[in-house]
Write a protein that binds this ligand. Structure first.
Ligand SMILES: *Cc1c(COP(=O)(O)O)cnc(C)c1O
Length: 407
């Protein structure tokens, strides 16, 4: 089956050859992988898709590796769960949660890094480096371990403990940085050339987005090729949003879906909302968000490199961008857990809080088919949820008649 034909700069349109190592375009734009879609269309009708494996590699004909070998830990093909109780409370008759918390390493970052590390092996790259707010680092460390390649990871010092621990456990070389992900990115960019590291930063490397786009293919397949009316996506770097938008275009050209698109809704944190601000100001790009802070570490991206692509998807789809506070996220997370049995990352919970707001103000209707992306598991956010569920001392629990404590 035909593979990628070339890569194309999303900003200036310049073409790059497939099957070679690439970073950003010289103009600073990220590269998108292009395929011979007519060829794929003639050989891969959508009725063949269910023959594939129960992971994201079921969409292999539209993914970049040319060789047989893929680095997989079983990522993707996550459940799309109907949320009836939550829906009834907030007034949505048809509400689903796409639960990405079930991925290897507990977040959807596994999809991007399975694809990126597969391409590293194929292209002969043996040392990679990443700046990360947390989950991308854990996923990189795991896939690098599975592939037997060297991973150098730069994390903000206040990253969730789970992310630090998993990176160490997977055998990565970890550096904790006093600063934000943008400071980590600067360190990687400075050191990578001399160290011989390939910089696998969000969107600076073209294949992570290809893995993440499978979230768009899956939601279409799981809804019987009828896309929902609205998709809520917690937006940090925005790669998932950009990837899904690309997937919808590809599927239309494959003849799998029509021209209708869901309203794409970017959810951000009040303490870091560059995309919301740019959307409201009708700007094509975002401005750096000063003093970014939120417990949703995946949303702490002060200036997304692909902001213009996210904003384009929001506008073309008739969607919007909305911010929620950290306490709204954690409350929504607690409710999602107790009402649906889904313990979401604060990022995913933010989608539930945002959905409630957009139903209340009439932007969405009760009959709309709505999908919320829970991008990670709540179990990776022990510190954040501990503020919501403090553990009372055992003597106090005795008084409350709660627990029987051993003497
Ligand atoms: C990285 C991350 C996000 C943001 O993802 P983007 O696609 O880069 O916007 C959201 N939620 C979680 C849990 C993440 O790890």
């Amino acid at each position: 089956m035909a593979k990628a034909t070339h890569l194309e700069c999303a900003l200036c349109g310049e073409r790059f050859e497939a099957g070679a190592v690439h970073g950003l375009c010289s103009c600073g734009g990220p590269l998108l992988v292009r395929y011979d879609l007519d060829h794929i269309r003639s050989r891969w009708p959508r009725r063949l898709v269910p023959n594939g494996p129960p992971n994201m590699w079921r969409y292999r004909p539209i993914l970049p590796p040319a060789e047989d070998r893929v680095v997989t830990l079983g990522e993707g093909w996550t459940p799309l769960l109907q949320a009836r109780r939550l829906g009834a409370r907030i007034g949505a008759d048809q509400l689903w949660v796409k639960d990405e918390g079930l991925n290897p390493t507990g977040s959807f970052k596994a999809r991007g890094l399975s694809c990126a590390i597969t391409m590293c092996l194929e292209l002969g790259i043996r040392k990679v480096a990443i700046p990360s707010a947390g989950n991308a680092a854990g996923a990189l460390a795991a896939y690098a371990a599975a592939a037997g390649i060297e991973a150098h990871i730069f994390l903000p010092r206040d990253v969730p403990q789970s992310n630090y621990l998993e990176c160490e456990a997977y055998g990565a070389r970890v550096t904790l940085v006093d600063g934000l992900i943008s400071d980590c990115a600067r360190l990687v960019a400075e050191r990578a050339p001399a160290e011989g590291w390939f910089d696998i930063s969000t969107l600076k490397e073209p294949y992570r987005i290809e893995g993440k786009k499978t979230m768009g293919y899956e939601v279409a397949e799981q809804m019987d090729w009828e896309l929902p009316d609205a998709i809520f996506y917690p937006t940090g770097g925005g790669v998932g949003m950009i990837g899904m938008w690309k997937a919808f275009d590809e599927m239309e050209r494959l003849g799998w879906i029509g021209a209708r698109r869901p309203k794409m809704i970017a959810v951000q944190a009040e303490g870091c909302q560059p995309v919301v601000r740019a959307f409201e100001d009708h700007e094509p790009r975002s401005r750096f968000w000063e003093d970014a802070r939120t417990v949703a570490s995946g949303l702490r991206v002060p200036k997304p490199l692909g902001d213009f692509l996210v904003l384009e998807a929001l506008r073309k789809s008739g969607g919007t961008a909305i911010a929620v506070s950290d306490s709204e996220m954690l409350d929504a997370g607690a409710r999602l857990a107790s009402e649906e049995g889904i313990f979401a990352a604060p990022e995913g919970a933010a989608c539930a809080a945002a959905c409630e707001k957009l139903l209340a103000c009439g932007f969405l209707k009760s009959a709309d088919r709505i999908v919320l992306y829970n991008t990670g598991t709540g179990l990776k956010y022990i510190e954040a949820y501990s503020t919501r569920f403090p553990r009372v001392a055992s003597s106090e629990q005795d008084k409350l008649g709660g627990l029987i404590t051993p003497r």
